[in-house]
Design a protein around this ligand. Structure first.
Ligand code: SF4
Ligand code: SF4
Length: 275
């Protein structure tokens, strides 16, 4: 049993993080808890510290709307955290959609359904998410509303869970089926502009996965579980950090590596050790 906890330690911590946030927000809405209030787009910690989704704020600006100073400060706090520390960790430690996409990915692996890798069942460029950022901003400008926020499954699911489900389940079901039947890691790894946004701003984060090629047995377990497996292309070939912005810092590669060839590290400290 303790081995199970060790080999799933980051997964367990991520689920605790995602579910705790949901419970606190539901508690704030239903029972007036004051730890964190609001939703994933805008919330307040202890009714004092504003936390704003910086991509939502960009869309609001593109739509030509003005925002309160608190909202802008909240976006700055969140952006600074992900730029310098967390990278794209929002996707695997906070976002509730990750619960759904991880479930679909697990079933795909269990049923060995990754047929598109060999036969091109559906090929979708991972760069579509970056195009989606531009499309969201242009649509916001044209329509005068935060376009992606309006249809975002992330917001729909989150608002649905907190304020009552509504269309939230439909969005959840569609993403689950898309990831299960159409494209491996289809939503988060190909389409979601929010994930793309955090990939772009998180490229120089401090927390990174470090690979030691000498320890690697080339078993490819890490590649099998990584939701962005292209970023592990150098595994077994050369040592270094997985510095790609697409890494969601989920830690699954670290958990499954029996040779300790992968581990989390802090970029600055690692550089100092080299000199
Ligand atoms: S799981 Fe570890 S040993 Fe296996 S290929 Fe990945 S880094 Fe190498
Ligand atoms: S490289 Fe590791 S931590 Fe990064 S996304 Fe892949 S499995 Fe997760």
């Amino acid at each position: 049993m303790s081995r199970f906890f060790f080999t799933h330690r980051f997964l367990i911590l991520r689920r605790i993080s995602q579910i705790t946030l949901l419970v606190l927000l539901i508690g704030a809405n239903r029972w007036g808890w004051k730890i964190i209030t609001g939703n994933l787009t805008f919330s307040e910690l202890f009714e004092k510290i504003p936390l704003t989704d910086p991509f939502a704020l960009l869309q609001v600006f593109a739509a030509g709307a003005s925002v309160k100073q608190t909202v802008a400060v909240g976006a700055l706090i969140v952006a600074l955290f992900y730029v310098f520390l967390g990278g794209r960790s929002f996707c695997s430690w906070i976002c509730p959609v990750n619960l759904v996409t991880d479930a679909a990915g697990g079933i795909r692996r269990g049923l060995k359904m990754d047929f598109e890798d060999e036969d091109g069942f559906i090929r979708l460029s991972r760069n579509v998410r970056y195009w989606m950022i531009g499309i969201s901003l242009i649509l916001s400008m044209l329509l005068g509303v935060a376009a992606f926020e309006f249809i975002s499954p992330v917001s729909m699911m989150h608002r649905g869970l907190i304020f009552g489900i509504g269309f939230g389940w439909m969005a959840v079901g569609m993403i689950f089926l898309f990831d299960l039947l159409a494209v491996r890691n289809g939503w988060c790894g190909h389409l979601c502009p929010l994930g793309g946004f955090y990939s772009l701003i998180g490229r120089n984060r401090l927390i990174q996965v470090r690979h030691t090629a000498d320890l690697c047995s080339r078993c490819d377990r890490c590649i099998a579980v990584c939701p962005e497996k292209e970023i592990l292309s150098e595994v077994g070939k050369q040592s270094g950090t997985i510095s790609h912005g697409e890494c969601v810092l989920c830690g699954r590669c670290v958990e499954v590596c029996e040779e300790n060839a992968l581990r989390f590290g802090i970029r600055k400290i690692l550089k100092r050790r080299k000199t």
